[in-house]
Design a protein around this ligand. Structure first.
Ligand code: LIP
Length: 293
């Protein structure tokens, strides 16, 4: 095993790789009628997902042969995340958006040690928008703007009834997790009179990584989801943390979520961390049931 990973070099290499692989996305012509699926008809995959992952994995294996690789399109249950230094990659996060031409998809390139994200790069090649972070060195938009975007002018968090919330329907559309999500969504959006949180509104960007980057940027107050895989969230978790946000699990009381735990609650930065833990507990109080993976 080589010496301690050079995180700055890895970060810079991943950014160059994201731009290079992004050309596959921007030069592609996906069609709904020729797109494949995996778990069900809402869980889409294209030849471009596979092409991007092939390019990324081959490039990383050549440059960093000592480190593991975990990618969405080559994942198998036998190859679980370990403590080893690992590149964790979603070649196209937001595949459904990509197939439909909705401009919210990205390449998510993470690097984790001991299951802890230490480098994150999320790049939307359609909008040429780059979010990146190195552990302990902050999070940035397009390498120049420090996150959160409002910086010193960031307003304190003031509860769910003052929050813009990111939620995702996901591809699982029946059973316990579906029922838990739908009932939680209704509780978050519902009026106070009926016991709801009366959030300002709900957004579904269609990409876990871009939802996390929205929380890091500060234009989303929180993001709650169940069903995400390590490749959906690895890069984004670090970008949120380095922007002063916190990452928790989606089920009540999960203050120390696992990267492969498949649930997530991300909360934006707030001056001095004001209101972050209270917002988490308020969100969890509206979770109707338990997400199980
Ligand atoms: C997507 C996630 C999203 C989830 C979708 C899908 P993909 O990843 O980013 O959060 O709700 O069901 O899993 O499949 O586009 O890489």
């Amino acid at each position: 095993m080589s010496s301690t990973p050079d995180l700055q070099q890895i970060h810079d290499f991943l950014i160059d790789l994201a731009h290079e692989a992004g050309k596959i996305i921007t030069s592609s012509l996906p069609r709904v009628d020729t797109t494949g699926s995996k778990k069900n008809s809402a869980d889409l995959v294209t030849e471009y997902d596979r092409a991007v992952e092939k390019k990324v994995s081959e490039t990383l294996r050549e440059k960093y042969p000592d480190y593991d690789f975990l990618g969405e399109e080559t994942y198998s249950p036998e190859h679980q995340l370990t403590d080893a230094p690992t590149f964790i990659v979603d070649p196209i996060d937001g595949t459904t958006n990509f197939v439909h031409g909705f401009p919210n998809s990205c390449i998510s390139l993470g690097f984790a040690i001991n299951r802890r994200p230490v480098v994150g790069v999320v790049y939307n090649p359609v909008t040429n928008t780059l979010y990146s972070a190195i552990e302990g060195h902050g999070a940035y938009l397009n390498r120049t703007q420090r996150l959160p975007l409002k910086g010193e002018d960031l307003e304190p968090l003031r509860g769910l009834d003052n929050a813009l919330v990111a939620l995702e329907w996901g591809s699982e559309r029946s059973g316990n997790n579906w029922d838990t999500k739908v009932n939680t969504f209704a509780s978050l959006a519902g009026s106070r009179e009926q016991g709801g949180a009366m959030v300002h509104s709900i957004r579904s960007l269609g990409s876990a990584a871009l939802n996390l980057c929205g929380v890091a940027a500060g234009y989303l107050d929180l993001y709650w989801e169940g069903g995400g895989w390590p490749w959906d969230v690895c890069a984004g978790w670090l970008i949120v943390r380095e922007a002063g946000g916190i990452i928790l699990g989606g089920n009540p009381g999960d203050w120390e979520p696992r990267l492969d735990g498949r649930t997530c609650l991300a909360i934006r930065a707030s001056p001095g961390g004001q209101g972050q833990k209270e917002l988490a507990e308020e969100l969890w109080s509206h979770v109707k049931g338990r997400l199980e993976y």
